[in-house]
Design a protein around this ligand. Structure first.
Ligand code: HEM
Ligand code: HEM
Length: 192
């Protein structure tokens, strides 16, 4: 494993533990401390960045991505205006931001002890949807890899099968993202 990858794994592992540690520390009397809301806001913002960045680069809308071993950024006066150059694909950006965002949001989630009422149930609903989205994300990635590897060996029969599966997967993945957004709007409406 490269040094960058090792760092990434350790970083994600630390983030994984953070919700439990912070959630326990701030529980009880300080239930609704501002810190938790800040984690929620940061987490939701990261998830949004991860989704929007991927959606835009995929369609070459406003931003386009260019793979290279070095990082870089270019601005142009004509469409798509911005070119992000870097060693990681937009898909990796999507993974990194959505997973990290989910972990941050879970600090807020674990620090609340009341999962009833509109705020509580929408909060619980979002937590379930986020876990599903993250698990499903990995399933989609693996179907995606299967499409590429079967197409590479010219096994078009299998490739077609995986493409069909991927189309179905994508619908569910996007539907879950929409459900998350609806729950978030209701949640914010109830708490703010
Ligand atoms: C921008 C994002 C968010 C903001 C600003 C926010 C804000 C809040 C606030 C202010 C409360 C306290 C309600 C009260 O005092 O009665 C709350 C409660 C709660 N939130 Fe969030 N939240 C956000 C996202 C989320 C997400 C994504 C989840 C789930 C993964 C979640 C789960 C919960 C839960 C379970 C509660 C406890 C409900 C209760 O005690 O009544 N929140 N939220
Ligand atoms: C909070 C979590 C997540 C949300 C809200 C989310 C949302 C979305 C949305 C809205 C798209 C469609 C983008 C577009 O076509 O414009 C998408 C695509 C995708 N997501 Fe996620 N995602 C999340 C987490 C993940 C994770 C953790 C993974 C993988 C480990 C993942 C893998 C994918 C893949 C492979 C696609 C590509 C679909 C395609 O265009 O072919 N997602 N995601």
């Amino acid at each position: 494993m490269s040094r960058g990858k090792t760092f990434l794994v350790i970083f994600l592992f630390m983030l994984l533990l953070m919700p439990l540690v912070l959630g326990a520390e701030y529980g009880g009397e300080n239930e609704y401390q501002a810190g938790h809301k800040l984690f929620a806001i940061l987490g939701v913002a990261m998830i949004a960045v991860g989704v929007v960045y991927y959606a835009l680069t995929k369609r070459k809308l406003i931003i386009t991505h260019q793979t290279s071993s070095k990082w870089g950024f270019e601005l142009k006066m004509e469409h798509p205006y911005m070119t992000v150059i870097g060693p990681v694909s937009p898909m990796t950006v999507h993974h990194f931001f959505t997973i990290t965002g989910t972990l941050l949001v879970f600090v807020h989630f674990f620090s609340c002890s009341n999962y009833s009422g509109i705020a509580g149930t929408t909060g619980l609903g979002m937590a379930v949807v986020l876990v599903l989205l993250n698990i499903m994300g990995f399933i989609g990635r693996s179907i995606n890899r299967s499409i590429i590897s079967t197409a590479e060996v010219n096994d078009m029969e299998s490739a077609k099968k995986y493409v069909n599966r991927y189309e179905k997967w994508k619908k569910i993945h996007i539907m879950l993202a929409v459900i998350f957004t609806v729950l978030l709007v209701i949640h914010l409406n109830a708490v703010l």
